[in-house]
Design a protein around this ligand. Sequence first.
Ligand code: CAA
Length: 376
Amino acid sequence: MKIGIDSIAFATSGYFLSLETLAKYRNVDFAKYCAGIGQMKMSIFPPNEDVVTVAVEAARKAISGIEDKNNVDMLIFATESSFDLSKSAGIYVHHFLKLKENCRVFDLKQACYSATAALRLAKSYVRENPDSKVLVIGSDVVKYSPRTSGEPTQGGAAVAFVVAKDPRILEIEPWAGIHTTDIMDFWRPSHLEEALFDGKLSAQNYLKSMHISVARYLEKSNIAISDVNHVCFHAPFCKMAQKANSQLFRLKSIGETLIYNSVIGNSCSASLYICFVSLLDHIKDDLTGKRIGFFSYGSGSVAEFFSGIVTKNYRQMLDTQNNQKMLTDRVEISFQEYESLGNRENLDFHSYKNVGEVAMFGINNHQRMYKVRKTY
Ligand code: CAA
């Protein structure tokens, strides 16, 4: 049975900070950000937007592509930046999408890797339950402290995809190369909003893990690296993916995979799959029958390399113009506004627009309050 990605969509906040602005105020040469780390802009989340609100928007678009949402009987929410250590963020999404009650919902966490774990679980579940569809969401807001080297690599977004039999976009192949190692390269204790990291160690471990997991994938699959037509890499910043690609493929360009991430910034669990959407939306060649490799990396760390074959007629499932419009419609914020939004005491829920139908409007008794907006 063919199983894989049947529909896919993403969403990010309606605001961004230009890295040219950040460079100016941090007294850094902008060339370091645009050429050195490969980033132009980063999405900034106002108080009324969080991992749930953008996830609802991405998931709403992803399930609009399937015939009957009542076939969704599992929702897996992959995130490392949720706000509750007990209740699943996925339950809010389940509520706003009005999915049926007879549906399993849970969160998964392993840094930026967890959406890949969710994809593997979803695939096994569909093999056992061929008429089921599984909604996988990866949603993260990435924050580092001001003036750290990580500051220009912040960002955030949600991706949502439906895993089903006879998929209309990508059939996932059976093989995977995995590498897990205990390392402190990036972590976020539960009392902190901003992640802590050892930047150089994380970049080294990303590359080392890639080589090991790719070697394991090639050994298991008996596929030659030259049989992989395109590769999407987890992109904590675009230069990281380009460096990985130059060590793996050398001459093949991955430019099309990075167009969205270069203006969104790091979106952790969503990042790899936004690279995939970016490839589908921007490449001129017909990808039908082409093998796409995926390198997923979550600090801490777990890495996986796997592949899929693009299905016939995949172009009918794309929403390229709207994806591009969503990003060009974002509002640029000033440096002063960026600083004010970084202040935890800023609880201005009402002055900012939301990208989707659901907005957060307050916190009461430690509970997040969401409403469905009439206009947006
Ligand atoms: N013009 C052009 N290029 C310039 C430049 C200039 N004026 N100044 C510097 N550069 C180049 C440098 O030469 C360097 O390039 P190379 O890496 O090719 O040598 C690049 O810009 C970055 O410069 P530095 O190494 O000096 O930058 P830094 O110390 O400020 O740190 C960083 C950069 C490590 C990426 C930092 O942003 C960081 O730590 N980010 C957070 C951690 C991270 O994203 N790690 C990635 C792997 S972990 C992961 O994947 C999980 C996850 O999502 C976090």
